[in-house]
Design a protein around this ligand. Structure first.
Ligand code: SF4
Length: 231
């Protein structure tokens, strides 16, 4: 998909303004490399996990038990990206395995998909103490690895779960309530923001809206399959 230079400049400007708004005043070389590598990643997920190693790139390494890298199909067309590991995930080393995770599994299965078919990860790979919100320096440190995961998997659709995921991927500070219900573009990948399953546990009346988002995802996946058949 071609993008004209003016659009690219606008996109880059809004990204840099977003980072500045989050208190980030300089970018590590890896951040620049990750954006450049978005379509060029030749690693496998296993190699990428090895590259992450016993990561100490941000302060979360001091309190985490396990790095929760991600789980699922390396060739998934649909990727779910949440916020960060919680207690159960930190103990088990797998994403979305607590109560919110069980709800995510039900959401995935409600549209006749399985966890094995999709790929599930988070914006940050280590649990913040007491499940507090991730901080901007932590998101920034982990971001290159998330971008590389996306580059390896090359999904057609990313479902961004919750505020931090949607805001990080879309480089905006707009609230999830305003972001959801629309389809966005991330370098040719469709991004659909929806509510985080943990939020749904507290606000079950919002499940209907997530159901609408899931129906949209299935529709887009099926359109993608049809386009492939015609090629
Ligand atoms: S959150 Fe990411 S950057 Fe921070 S220590 Fe864990 S893996 Fe490394």
């Amino acid at each position: 998909m071609d993008q004209n230079i003016d659009e690219m400049i606008d996109h880059l400007k809004s990204y840099l303004e977003y980072l500045k708004g989050m208190g980030i005043v300089s970018l590590p070389a890896s951040e620049m490399i990750s954006n450049k590598m978005f379509r060029e990643e030749k690693l496998t997920l296993k190699e990428l996990r090895k590259e992450l190693g016993d990561c100490k790139r941000c302060k979360l390494h001091r309190t985490r038990r396990t790095i929760v890298f991600g789980e699922g199909n390396e060739k998934a067309t649909l990727m779910f990206i949440g916020e960060g590991p919680g207690y159960d995930e930190d103990v088990q080393g797998k994403p979305f395995v607590g109560r919110a995770g069980q709800l995510l599994t039900k959401i995935i299965e409600s549209v006749n998909l399985s966890r094995e078919e999709v790929y599930i990860t988070n914006i940050i790979k280590c649990r913040p103490p007491q499940n507090r919100n991730p901080e901007s320096d932590e998101i920034q440190s982990c971001h290159p690895f998330l971008m590389k995961q996306i580059s390896v998997i090359q999904p057609k659709i990313i479902c961004a779960l919750g505020t931090f995921s949607a805001q990080t991927l879309l480089k905006t500070d707009t609230k999830i309530t305003a972001l959801r219900g629309k389809v966005y573009d991330l370098e040719g990948i469709k991004v659909i923001p929806t509510y985080h399953p943990a939020f749904l546990l507290r606000n079950p009346e919002k499940k209907r809206e997530v159901w609408e988002d899931m129906k949209k995802i299935v529709e887009l996946l099926s359109n993608n399959d049809k386009t492939k058949e015609m090629e």
